[in-house]
Design a protein around this ligand. Structure first.
Ligand code: GUN
Length: 294
């Protein structure tokens, strides 16, 4: 293997320890940070993520509450719950796990959140602040986690050509926004590729940094990666594997086994971006609690 592994688990642990200190300081002042996670329906992957978020919150000294609602929950009931959480002074962060059941309009739900409690950074106010280059809002956790990884591993983004694969509101778009901001931590030239992009492989081959967030197993292959490029894999895909204890295993959007020989730095799946997402969520929650203090 030529590439160095980016250890998301170790880096996330460091961040979580720092967040725990901040949470303890807030608790000493009489305000324990509180995060409420709302899970609608029984998507098995979402249930795993939500459990991990709850556990990590408790470990960091953040009061965590998970509200599980049946898949048949009407939209107006979810909106009424959000109204209650918006008004609850003990709740500093609210996270509605995506995807939501098809009869619920995710945009309507996101717009109902108090932007000051939107620790996911999905509300249009926070999206707007991010696009405008302000640090006042909340940046979405996964792209913020990728930025923290690049910084921690000394990856120069200034003037670098970054190719982002995927244009989702959760990852691709905010990732591009963060990278193109003016400032020493960003300053990148960004290309966003998606399902309609022509000659996608040609774009990826020109990238100094590749960030894959498309949800397609092993889509990025070794022949698409410039030697020495940095490769960040946001994908978490379940693929059937009868030999695995659960009958499936998790793989990223990158063909790790082959790309690792070409890249200079690469994230594994699992153990790369995933733990960073949770660390950033805790960080945003503690920030929301600080801000609620006034
Ligand atoms: N589903 C996949 N990623 C995320 C995330 O970062 N936040 C929420 N709320 N749902 C998700």
């Amino acid at each position: 293997m030529r590439g160095t592994l980016i250890d998301g688990v170790a880096l996330a642990k460091k961040i979580r320890l720092r967040v725990a200190e901040e949470a303890a300081a807030l608790t000493a002042q009489g305000t324990t940070p509180g995060l409420t996670v709302v899970l609608v329906g029984d998507d098995p992957a979402s249930a795993v993520y939500v459990r991990a978020k709850g556990r990590a919150s408790e470990e960091a000294g953040i009061r965590s509450d998970t509200i599980r609602l049946p898949a048949s929950t009407p939209e107006h009931e979810l909106l009424a719950l959000i109204d209650r959480l918006n008004a609850d002074r003990a709740v500093h962060g609210i996270l509605v796990q995506m995807p939501l059941p098809r009869h619920i309009d995710a945009d309507v739900v996101i717009r109902r959140l108090d932007p000051e409690k939107d620790v996911d950074g999905f509300h249009p106010v926070n999206v707007g602040l991010l696009c405008a280059g302000s640090k006042e809002g909340f940046a979405p956790c996964t792209p913020a986690g990728v930025m923290a990884m690049l910084r921690a591993y000394g990856v120069e983004t200034r003037g670098a050509h970054v190719v982002v694969l995927g244009r989702s509101n959760i990852v691709g778009k905010p990732m591009a926004s963060l990278l193109m901001q003016a400032g020493p931590d960003a300053d990148a030239t960004v290309t966003v590729c998606h399902s309609r992009t022509r000659d996608l492989a040609e774009h990826v081959r020109r990238a100094d940094i590749v960030i894959a967030a498309v949800g397609r197993p092993h889509m990025v292959t070794a022949d698409m990666v410039k030697p020495g490029a940095v490769v960040i894999d946001v994908g978490i895909n379940r693929v059937n594997d009868p030999a695995a204890p659960k009958g499936y295993r998790l793989v990223g959007d990158v063909d790790f086994e082959n790309v690792k020989d070409v890249a200079s730095l690469i994230t594994p799946v699992p153990g790369g971006v995933g733990p960073m997402t949770i660390a950033m969520l805790l960080q945003n929650t503690v920030r929301a609690a600080f801000r609620a203090l006034g």
